[in-house]
Design a protein around this ligand. Structure first.
Ligand SMILES: Nc1ncnc2c1ncn2[C@@H]1O[C@H](COP(=O)(O)OP(=O)(O)OP(=O)(O)O)[C@@H](O)[C@H]1O
Ligand SMILES: Cc1ncc(COP(=O)(O)O)c(N)n1
Length: 274
């Protein structure tokens, strides 16, 4: 049994954060463990409050897992503060576990999930340890301090992130809504790159898409897939989760974490080597 860990915030609404991660882990047949960084009072209409967990207790959770389990991949989601980032980076620097960093900053409803001053800590302490980082376009803009409008901007941003020490950068195109496709761009430290294209689904039920994608990626890496295979299979997982949405709640509903097991043979993702 492969054991994986998510270090993230709790979403009481169950569509994003720790809850989305554990559901995805379960569906992808890995044993999920968790370190909770913050509680959010949240539903599909938005986040009404955030309660960060004390840094020392975040540390205790992570140390408890590392002491006892042989963890095959770790992901991070909502980390909230620079103090939490520094403390988990200190612990992760001493273990050799593939690390997937989803640089969660702002919820769909616009509420902040990462303090502004924590961005420097994310770039200085966590990204140098990351195997893969998965920013959406606004997150890539914030991490690199540059606007992204063209493919050349995407390439520049990816190279800046690779220079920070990340081994593989996935810039997700979910926010590029002027296109019939949802295209994600992948760049490796050795200069290789490719894009993944799937059809864009017209739905407002996209709460937790980023969390779910990075959790699927973590599960496949934890199971021993190569980085490229894990990325393509995670894209299929999120594509099906968005396609077969559940229409839960009155706002941006969650994705369907069950869909992949039922429909995985039917999902088409087009790869372009670049
Ligand atoms: N409408 C859509 N149809 C198909 N795929 C989509 C759609 N929206 C997002 N995706 C895909 O979902 C994955 C997550 O991308 P997205 O850009 O939504 O992440 P995110 O903004 O970090 O998510 P979150 O809102 O959870 O923070 C990517 O693979 C992206 O291409
Ligand atoms: C605890 C937590 N983590 C991550 C997200 C991002 O998801 P989204 O951008 O879809 O709101 C969230 N809303 N809550």
């Amino acid at each position: 049994m492969h054991i994986v860990t998510t270090i993230a915030g709790s979403d009481s609404g169950g569509g994003a954060g720790i809850q989305a991660d554990l559901k995805t882990f379960q569906e992808l047949k890995v044993f999920g463990t968790s370190v909770i960084t913050a509680l959010t009072a949240q539903n599909t209409l938005g986040v009404s409050d955030v309660l960060p967990i004390e840094v020392s207790f975040v540390e205790k959770q992570l140390k408890a897992l590392i002491e006892d389990f042989s963890i095959s991949a770790v992901k991070t989601g909502m980390l909230f503060s620079s103090e939490i980032i520094q403390s988990i980076a200190r612990i992760l620097a001493d273990v050799n576990i593939p690390l997937i960093v989803d640089p969660v900053m702002i919820a769909k409803g616009g509420e902040s999930l990462l303090q502004q001053e924590a961005i420097v800590a994310l770039c200085s302490y966590l990204l140098p340890l990351a195997t893969i980082v998965t920013p959406n376009i606004p997150e890539a803009e914030t991490l690199t301090g540059r606007k992204i409008k063209t493919f050349a901007d995407i390439q520049d941003a990816a190279h800046t992130l690779l220079q920070m020490g990340v081994q593989c950068v996935i810039i997700k195109g979910g926010h590029l809504t002027d296109n019939d496709y949802a295209i994600d761009y992948v760049f490796f430290e050795d200069g290789q790159s490719f894009s993944m294209q799937s059809s864009r689904i017209a739905t407002k039920n996209t709460h937790g898409t980023g969390c779910t994608f990075s959790a699927a990626l973590t599960a496949f890496i934890g199971r021993g897939f190569s980085i490229k295979e894990a990325i393509v299979e995670a894209k299929k997982y999120i594509q099906l989760a968005i396609t077969y949405d559940l229409s839960i709640g009155n706002g941006h509903g969650p994705t369907n974490h069950f869909a992949y097991q039922k429909y995985k043979e039917s999902c088409e993702v087009i790869i372009h080597e670049t």
